[in-house]
Design a protein. Structure first.
Length: 252
């Protein structure tokens, strides 16, 4: 048994030695295999501590992605990295871990991103909305298929504007995210005293099914442009509010 234990320890040490010597391109090559169309301009550093510049995926360019390996996470059977995304339209820091189940677990995600850039990365480049997303998530879990299955934290949407037909400013909004049992995400949405008064709740299941229930109103009665746009949903109720009930499946 001693020989077996020492042999196993030596094998692990050898594999760790190889990993420490592996170039950073090992990481970007793995991303390229998982993300069709993924490209990078330059890569530097090691697989455990490296950076890639000029990343492109789904027609979106990101200036720089850096990572730093957290070896202590091996004790829990997972690979864990600190991440830093640096781009004028996408600035993000946090940690990412993955294990044998091929699920990704992100922690302490914080940063800002242009809404249009996030839409494009999600495969929805033509959605008629603009704004800035501010993330402050304690946790975000994605299953092996890439669907969100758990989340905990706050998302702020700043200066949301529609770009369909006449541009309209809707305001700022906050979403509080929590994880439901046994799986799924639920959230509460509230406006921050902008042109569109909005409150509601939504749920998101791991297979992409979503549901939103809420109500909205035009805060300034003199905002005729926004009122006309809301009338496309039908007439408001007796209280001047529009009932919002949406459900469907997120596109991949």
């Amino acid at each position: 048994m001693k020989i077996f234990r020492y042999g196993l320890l030596g094998l692990l040490a050898f594999l760790l030695f190889l990993l420490l010597l592996a170039p950073a391109s090992l990481v970007t090559d793995q991303l390229g295999e998982r993300l069709p169309g993924f490209k990078v301009q330059t890569v530097e550093g090691a697989a455990t501590d490296g950076a890639a510049q000029g990343l492109q995926w789904r027609g979106v360019r990101i200036d720089k992605l850096g990572w730093d390996w957290r070896p202590l996470a091996l004790a829990t059977g997972s690979l864990k990295f600190s991440l830093a995304v640096d781009d004028p339209d996408l600035n993000l820091t946090g940690t990412a871990a993955t294990g044998w189940d091929r699920q990704w677990r992100f922690q302490v995600l914080a940063g800002r991103a242009a809404l249009a850039k996030l839409f494009a990365l999600a495969g929805q480049p033509n959605l008629p909305a603009q704004g800035v997303v501010e993330l402050n998530l304690r946790e975000l879990h994605l299953n092996a298929a890439g669907w969100p299955v758990a989340a905990d934290g706050v998302v702020h949407l700043r200066n949301l504007r529609t770009t369909l037909g006449q541009p309209l400013t809707l305001g700022d909004f906050t979403a509080q995210l929590t994880t439901t049992e046994p799986v799924g995400i639920q959230g509460k949405v509230q406006d921050e005293n902008g042109p569109l008064a909005l409150e509601g709740a939504f749920s998101l299941l791991p297979d992409g099914r979503y549901r939103f229930n809420g109500q909205a109103a035009v805060r300034d009665a003199g905002n005729q442009a926004l009122r006309q746009a809301m009338n496309l949903l039908g007439p408001p109720g007796a209280d001047g509010r529009w009932a919002l009930n949406f459900s469907g499946v997120l596109a991949r």
